[in-house]
Design a protein around this ligand. Structure first.
Ligand SMILES: [Zn+2]
Length: 382
């Protein structure tokens, strides 16, 4: 009797265990599918990416779902744009060698406006929940063209409910500006003013790349494009503007006061220029992104330059945004390298500064933009 009872019991327990395991398995499959079909922005993410290129200089890139996988729960939200310039493959120049980067050919770059349609279509292919994680940007216009504003307006009217900003577009950029086919862009061109005005009117965030100085500039001289840039920014007080890379380039290094300066001192003089802008009430609509591994290198070059960077970010925590500036990442390693390069900075900043630079400022700026642009679209009857 006892034996029979224990046999019945063990059969019962075995069945119960099988059922529980099956339920667990089904639940995990369902959960994985739910996560895949609608990735909810994670609450405990490390950062939002204010500067991200989905495609490269030949308009090829990473599939948006692959990017979502890479973002996982470490990245909450991200901007989304391609690159407005296309590297021409000139058979005359490189023969059968197909260049994928602007340094790989002497052939010109040209504006590839289809990038905006591509970004919009990619965004529109996402689920409503996934869309919440992206802020697409319009880039496919020539900033030297008086018709650029018309292009931006056309993109908004053709793809309502999509875009939050314009950029990254470039005015002065080492190696690139001189390769662009046609008239060269300039900070003093009225075409650029009409773009900036229109962005302000609609509520689009502007992400502009403009080297503060020329490559290999002489020590002790004022950065060549600084005063023109400040004047441009001041002409558009109603536009929210992010100056990409705080005006630095690969070889457009932080300003040097004399040739004998140590790199840390160089960083200090440069930070004085940036601080001068941050304290100017006429530039309170201007923000800086610290994207690009080259910028991470300059800002953390020596213990002194790291300290200078920490000081200025802690002093103006609401004016800086983190971004990766990674182009079409093929792996998490490639994508997270820039964020990891700033490890010492994240550790050195006050917790509230770090939170604002990594996430808070992005969310405040882009939430406001989304709201304004959607309202403008509604006014247009869309
Ligand atoms: Zn960029």
């Amino acid at each position: 009797m006892n034996k029979q009872l224990s046999q019945t019991n063990s059969k019962f327990y075995a069945r119960a265990l099988t059922c529980t395991l099956l339920l667990c398995f089904l639940a995990s499959v369902l959960l994985a599918q739910t996560r895949k079909s609608s990735s909810i922005p994670p609450l405990d993410s490390s950062f939002d990416d204010s500067h991200f290129h989905l495609t490269n200089y030949i308009q090829e890139g990473v599939d948006i779902h692959k990017y979502l996988d890479i973002m996982g729960s470490r990245v909450g939200r991200s901007t989304l744009f391609g690159i407005p310039l296309q590297q021409m493959w000139s058979f005359q120049n490189s023969g059968t060698y197909a260049p994928t980067y602007y340094l790989q050919s002497d052939a010109p770059l040209y504006y590839y406006s289809f990038t905006d349609a591509y970004i919009a279509a990619t965004y529109n292919s996402l689920s409503a929940t996934d869309k919440q994680r992206f802020d697409p940007m319009i880039t496919g216009f020539n900033p030297a063209d008086m018709y650029a504003k018309a292009h931006i307006k056309r993109v908004l009217l053709t793809f309502p409910g999509v875009f939050s900003g314009i950029g990254e577009f470039s005015i002065h950029k080492e190696f690139v500006s001189a390769k662009v086919a046609g008239e060269v862009a300039s900070l003093t061109n009225p075409a650029l003013d009409s773009i900036m005005d229109f962005a302000g009117e609609v509520g689009l965030v502007v992400l502009i790349h403009n080297d503060m100085d020329m490559p290999f500039a002489k020590a002790g001289t004022e950065p060549v494009y600084l005063s023109q840039m400040k004047a441009l920014l001041k002409r558009h007080p109603n536009t929210t503007i992010i100056w990409a890379h705080i005006g630095l380039g690969r070889i457009v290094h932080p300003v040097q006061q004399s040739a004998s300066e140590a790199p840390s001192e160089r960083n200090q003089s440069y930070m004085q220029i940036v601080e001068g802008m941050l304290t100017d009430p006429a530039l309170k609509h201007v923000y800086f992104d610290i994207s690009w591994d080259e910028v991470a290198k300059y800002l953390t070059y020596t213990p002194q330059s790291l300290q200078n960077s920490i000081t200025i970010l802690n002093r103006y925590p609401d004016r800086f945004l983190f971004g990766t500036d990674v182009v079409a990442p093929t792996s998490p390693q490639m994508y997270y390298a820039v964020y990891n390069k700033y490890d010492a900075l994240w550790k050195g900043l006050k917790p509230e500064t770090s939170e604002m630079v990594r996430k808070g400022n992005y969310e405040r700026i882009f939430n406001a933009a989304r709201q304004k642009v959607r309202a403008w679209e509604k006014q247009q009857g869309l």
